[in-house]
Design a protein around this ligand. Structure first.
Ligand code: OGA
Ligand code: NI
Length: 379
C-alpha cells in the first residue's frame, strides 16, 4: 500500500481537499486539478437540454415508467434495453420520506468542517466523508464531495461510519434505504420478466445471491457551487459498477447527463420520481441484453446540488457471469467471464471514474491479466 497511499493522508496518495472548502473560499477560479481537458468539458447552456444535437435519434429526456401500471415490467425492460436509464414514477416511496432523506443529508453537509472531518474516509472501504474516487497521485479531480455507506447485508454495516448528527440522519437513512431496497427487488423482478425469454421472475435476483445476500450501498453526492462550471465536472463520465442504481436527485437543480450516441442528454427530473439506471453487473448477468450507460454530472455557479444514489449489488463474494439461459453459442456466446463484485469494484476504486472501460475490458479478455498490476494497492 505504501507506494500509493502514505498514512499521513489517511490512505490517499496526497492530502485530501474538500471541494466545499474551495467553493466557500470565494476564489473566482478553480485549481488546475479540477480543470478537464477540452474534449471532456461540458457545454453549459441555459436553455437546451442536449449539448451535441447532430444525431437525429436524440430525444430530450429519458423514458418515464409508471411503476403502478400493469405494464410496468414491459416498460422497465424496454427502457433498460433502449436507454439503460429511466425515471420511475408512482414507485410507492412517499414524497415525505424523500424530502426527509434529502433534508438530513443537506444538514449534514452544512455542518462545520470539523464535524464532517470526524468521518473522513479512506480508500480501503470508501465508507465515510470523501472527496475523490481513485488513488492515483496527481489525477484530475471532480468538483464534488460525497458520503458513502454500506447498508446491507447487515454484517457490512459499520455503525461507527454513520454520522451521529444531525440527530435524525440515521433513522431517516435506514428507512429510506429499506424502502428503496424493496423497490429494487421489484425492479429486479420486472427486469427478469421483461426480458421475455421465459426466465422465472426471481432469476436475476438469484444470480445476485438472493434478496438476503444482495448488497446495498448509499452514496450521497454534494456538489458545491463552482466559479468555473464550464471547465470541470461534478462527477466524470462513468457507468455504475454495481447491479442497478436508484438515484434521488435535487428537487431544484439539474446536473445529471446521460450519454446517448455522441451526445449528452441532460435529465429533466420529475419531482419525487427516482432515476433508475442499469449497472455493469446487470449487463454481465443479462449478457448485454441490458447495458449500463455512461453518465456524468455538471455543476453550476449559482446553486449547490445534492443527490442520493442507492446502489443495489450482487452478493459481493459470488462469481457473477451471464445467465446460461441467455447464452447460446455460436449466435450468442457468453460475453463476459465470471468475477465477484468484490474484485470488480477494485477497478473504479483505484482508477476513479473512466467511462465504460471496465465492463468493455472484461468482455475483451479474461480478468486475470490485471491492467493495473502496476498499482499494487489491494484493498
Ligand atoms: C453516482 C452518480 C449522479 C448524480 O453517484 O454514481 O452517477 O446526479 N450520481 O449525482
Ligand atoms: Ni453513477
Amino acid at each position: 500500500m505504501s507506494e500509493t497511499s502514505p498514512a499521513a493522508a489517511g490512505g490517499w496518495p496526497e492530502p485530501v481537499v474538500r471541494v466545499q472548502a474551495l467553493s466557500e473560499s470565494g476564489a473566482t477560479t478553480i485549481p488546475a486539478r479540477y480543470v478537464r481537458p477540452e474534449t471532456e468539458r461540458p457545454l453549459i447552456s441555459s436553455e437546451s437540454s442536449t449539448d451535441a444535437g447532430d444525431d437525429d435519434e436524440i430525444t430530450n429526456n429519458i423514458p418515464v415508467v409508471d411503476m403502478s401500471s400493469a405494464a410496468a415490467a414491459t416498460a422497465v425492460a424496454e427502457a433498460c434495453r433502449e436507454w439503460g436509464f429511466f425515471q420511475a414514477v408512482n414507485h410507492g416511496v412517499s414524497p415525505e420520506l424523500l424530502r426527509r432523506a434529502r433534508g438530513v443529508w443537506r444538514e449534514f453537509f452544512h455542518q462545520p468542517m470539523e464535524v464532517k472531518q470526524m468521518y473522513a474516509n479512506a480508500p480501503a472501504t470508501y465508507e465515510g466523508y470523501g472527496s475523490r474516487l481513485g488513488v492515483h497521485k496527481g489525477a484530475l479531480l471532480d468538483w464534488g464531495d460525497y458520503y458513502f455507506l454500506h447498508v446491507r447485508p447487515p454484517h457490512l454495516l459499520s455503525p461507527d461510519k454513520w454520522p451521529h448528527l444531525p440527530p435524525h440522519l440515521r433513522e431517516a437513512t435506514m428507512r429510506y434505504s429499506e424502502e428503496v431496497r424493496r423497490l429494487c427487488e421489484r425492479l429486479m423482478t420486472a427486469m427478469a420478466v421483461g426480458l421475455g425469454v421465459g426466465l422465472g421472475e426471481g432469476r436475476l435476483q438469484e444470480a445476485f445471491g438472493g434478496a438476503e445476500g444482495a448488497g446495498v450501498c448509499l452514496r450521497v453526492n454534494y456538489y458545491p457551487r463552482c466559479p468555473q462550471p464550464e471547465l470541470t465536472l461534478g462527477l466524470s463520465s462513468h457507468s455504475d459498477p454495481g447491479g442497478l442504481t436508484v438515484l434521488l436527485v435535487d428537487d431544484r437543480v439539474k446536473g445529471l447527463q446521460v450519454r446517448r450516441g455522441g451526445a449528452w442528454v441532460t435529465v429533466d427530473p420529475i419531482p419525487d420520481a427516482f432515476i433508475v439506471n442499469v449497472g455493469d453487473q446487470i449487463q454481465v448477468v443479462t449478457n448485454a441484453a441490458y447495458r449500463s450507460v455512461e453518465h456524468r454530472v455538471v455543476v453550476n455557479a449559482a446553486e449547490e446540488r445534492l443527490s442520493m444514489a442507492l446502489f443495489y449489488n450482487p452478493k459481493s463474494d459470488l462469481p457473477v457471469a451471464p445467465l446460461p439461459e441467455l447464452v447460446s453459442p455460436p449466435e450468442r456466446p457468453p460475453l463476459y467471464t465470471a468475477m465477484t463484485f468484490d474484485d470488480y469494484r477494485l477497478y473504479i476504486r483505484r482508477n476513479g471514474p473512466r467511462g465504460k472501460t471496465q465492463v468493455d475490458h472484461l468482455a475483451a479478455k479474461p480478468p486475470s491479466a490485471d491492467d493495473d498490476a502496476h498499482h499494487p494497492c489491494r484493498q
